[in-house]
Design a binder for this molecule. Structure first.
Ligand SMILES: Cc1ncc(COP(=O)(O)O)c(C=O)c1O
Length: 447
């Protein structure tokens, strides 16, 4: 069975049409498009689920489109099962090793039976102290380790649960778009309305926030930020964060900054923490991740720091859902924060070299590329006339004809149409090969 859902600016209504009523669907879609160009309509398969079935899901499930990376991964796995060597630039899932010292500590602590009990859910006291020291050392920010830090099972989990704690039906959230999916869907799952704001350029972005806040009632409750930004690679500076704090105080919204790519920066650019700005702690929090800085994506460890009340709300809701992170991972996390600053420049160099290889390769085959200054992705505009086929179709054809997996820009909302996101996770040789295969695939595409 197939169901159809109407979406407006990231907010998805209840299911409106079922059972392949194509004509009605077509009419509805066109009527909506005429009156509201921001409406989209997508469909998904609900295998085996009937209205009169015992197995029925919550309405909020209807608001979730199939997860982009899930679809891309499935196509990739199918091809690999058939013996194809797919070059995977789809997901930002690092393939490089975790620092040795961190692994050794994990193994050592895992031998201790005491480490296997339920852990301290907000984070081991030493780990909390270590993140406070880290923020002091890197950003000159003073944090109360007990009240202003909280460890999460990756930043994605933390952001999701924080949204459940601070927003609900009737609340609105401002999200820069295109967006990393959870920035939109954590709010959708919490029942809040999402208002997408195109991310660039900066002054425009600030003006739009002010205009939305002036014209909406009730006013937006939360602004979700993500600098360095995934997927676009847009970066920012402290002046921008100062303006954000001023707006937050004027219009009384909270700020969440997702700082997952804090340390992956190039060309001498240093990404500021949102908390570096005076008054930031009065209005918001920042999430950080071990996944990218230390290649620990599968370990599931991240943190939330900043406003004491927001951190405490996160702790309160998480108390109902989980018991925190395996203690051995937490102790290994102390080693990462304390002893692994020296591994980061090398990691950045690796990504920077890959970025240069991929960008110059794409330029050579006729793409107009802007090199990112941070993050682990290249946000690439699909050249004409290929852009007309749409990012999703282009990505599917690259996979089918070129054995290269990429993320279509539309997976990050409509603002990503016309773009692909290419992750810098494969080595230089594979990236060169990817460009060759992309060129060949494009030659075979009918445009
Ligand atoms: C912007 C952004 N935030 C959060 C995450 C997830 O981080 P974690 O592994 O800490 O949950 C990612 C992962 O790709 C990301 O791109």
């Amino acid at each position: 069975m197939r169901q159809y859902i109407v979406a407006y600016q990231g907010y998805h209504s209840d299911t409106i049409i079922k059972d392949d009523q194509y004509f009605l669907l077509y009419t509805v879609k066109n009527l909506l498009w005429f009156s509201f160009p921001n409406f989209t309509l997508f469909s998904k398969e609900l295998t085996g689920v009937e209205d009169n079935s015992i197995i029925r899901f919550a309405n909020r499930m209807d608001q979730l489109p199939p997860y982009l990376f899930g679809m891309i991964n499935k196509m990739k796995m199918d091809k690999r099962r058939n013996g194809d060597d797919v070059i995977d630039l789809g997901m930002g899932n690092p393939m490089d090793p975790t620092p040795n010292a961190v692994i050794e500590k994990l193994v050592e602590v895992a031998q201790d039976p005491k480490a296997h009990r339920y852990p301290e859910s907000s984070g081991l006291p030493h780990l909390k102290k270590e993140i406070a020291k880290y923020y002091d050392r890197h950003y000159n920010i003073s944090l109360d380790a007990v009240k202003e830090t909280y460890f999460t099972i990756g930043s994605k989990e933390g952001i999701s649960h924080l949204c459940l704690a601070i927003m609900g039906p009737g609340d609105s959230v401002l999200v820069p778009a295109p967006a990393f999916p959870i920035h939109i869907y954590a709010a959708v799952i919490a029942g809040a309305n999402v208002m997408r704001i195109p991310i660039a350029p900066e002054t425009d972005f600030l003006d739009r926030i002010a205009r939305v806040c002036e014209s909406c009632y009730p006013r937006p409750k939360v602004l979700m930020l993500n600098y360095p930004h995934n997927p676009t690679g847009v970066v920012t500076d402290k002046t921008f964060f100062k303006e954000i704090v001023t707006l937050a105080k004027r219009f009384k919204f909270m700020v969440i900054n997702d700082f997952a790519y804090a340390k992956i920066t190039y060309d001498g650019y240093v990404a500021p923490s949102f908390l570096e700005v005076e008054g930031a702690k009065d209005v918001g929090v920042e999430f950080g991740s071990f996944s990218k800085s230390y290649n620990m994506a599968g370990w599931r460890i991240g943190y939330c720091v900043g406003n004491e009340k927001i951190v405490s709300a996160l702790g309160q809701i998480k108390g109902y859902f989980d018991y925190g992170i395996f203690s051995a991972i937490q102790v290994a996390g102390i080693i990462a924060l304390r002893d692994c600053d020296n591994t980061i420049p090398e990691l950045c160099k690796t990504y920077e070299t890959r970025r240069d290889v991929l960008c110059s390769g794409l330029e050579r085959i006729g793409w107009d590329i802007e090199k990112p200054k941070a993050g682990m992705f290249v946000w690439a505009k699909i050249p004409e006339p290929y852009a007309q086929m749409g990012a999703m179709e282009f990505a599917i054809q690259l996979m089918n004809k070129g054995n290269v997996a990429v993320a279509p820009g539309t997976g990050f909302s409509e603002e990503g149409e016309g773009y692909l996101r290419l992750a810098l996770v494969e080595n230089e040789e594979r990236l060169r090969q990817a460009v060759r295969q992309m060129k060949k695939a494009m030659e075979q595409m009918k445009v």
